[in-house]
Ligand binder design. Structure first.
Ligand code: DGI
Ligand code: FE
Ligand code: FE
Ligand code: FE
Length: 188
């Protein structure tokens, strides 16, 4: 695999400093959560570090990649908010050379979630929401939940995401809703 220094250099080519610093904070938060919940700390750290690698790739580049690489063309009805997770891993495989499927899956799922999210997937999903610079009351509430219960922390984030999208009259990607339904129905 690549050296950490090489990965950081690639990230700095793709991201502005604000987004890059967010990725470093998500890496640290993901490592802490992995340790707390008995998951692979290095794998969580790598997924956290790279989760927003594709956040600032231009729309036209996304549209080309979706059309030329066998992605579901329904994705064209959505936007970069959705693409940077589900399609973003294409760039991470191509440019960073990540092959660990569990890292790729966690990054793919970090924005919409997935009804079958693993604990590692939930760690990346939640780390993005509770990293130290996130200071809203709802983020603090999820941070407290993540001390003991990743499913509860995940559910708090899903509730917030849906409320936000509807409040802004933004389109909801179906999987975002299916994930919410899965997490609200199955109480552990
Ligand atoms: O990339 P970040 O900002 O760190 O966080 P994120 O990957 O969780 O993305 C959050 C953004 O994604 C937020 O603006 C809402 C948007 N999003 C999440 N689910 C959906 C969505 N946008 C649309 N249109 N539809 C969704 O289902
Ligand atoms: Fe993101
Ligand atoms: Fe998120
Ligand atoms: Fe993020």
């Amino acid at each position: 695999g690549r050296q950490r220094s090489e990965i950081l250099a690639l990230m700095q080519n793709r991201l502005d400093d604000q987004r890059y610093q967010h990725c470093l904070r998500v890496e640290k938060t993901a490592r802490e959560l992995a340790k707390r919940f008995g998951q692979d700390v290095d794998r969580a750290g790598l997924a956290g570090l790279l989760h927003d690698y594709a956040k600032q790739i231009p729309n036209n580049t996304y549209i080309d990649v979706i059309k030329r690489n066998g992605f579901d063309l329904d994705l064209l009805n959505y936007n970069r908010g959705v693409w940077h997770g589900l399609v973003g891993t294409w760039f991470i495989k191509q440019e960073v050379g990540v092959t660990d499927h569990l890292v790729i899956q966690a990054i793919e799922r970090h924005t919409t979630g997935d009804p079958d999210m693993s604990t590692l997937d939930q760690i990346i999903f939640v780390a993005d929401f509770i990293e130290p610079a996130r200071e809203l009351p709802i983020e603090a509430k999820a941070r407290v939940a993540a001390q003991t219960n990743m499913r509860e922390a995940t559910l708090i984030e899903l509730e917030n995401t849906l409320q936000y999208l509807i409040g802004q009259r933004k389109v909801v990607y179906p999987k975002t809703l299916l994930t919410y339904n899965a997490f609200i129905q199955i109480k552990e």
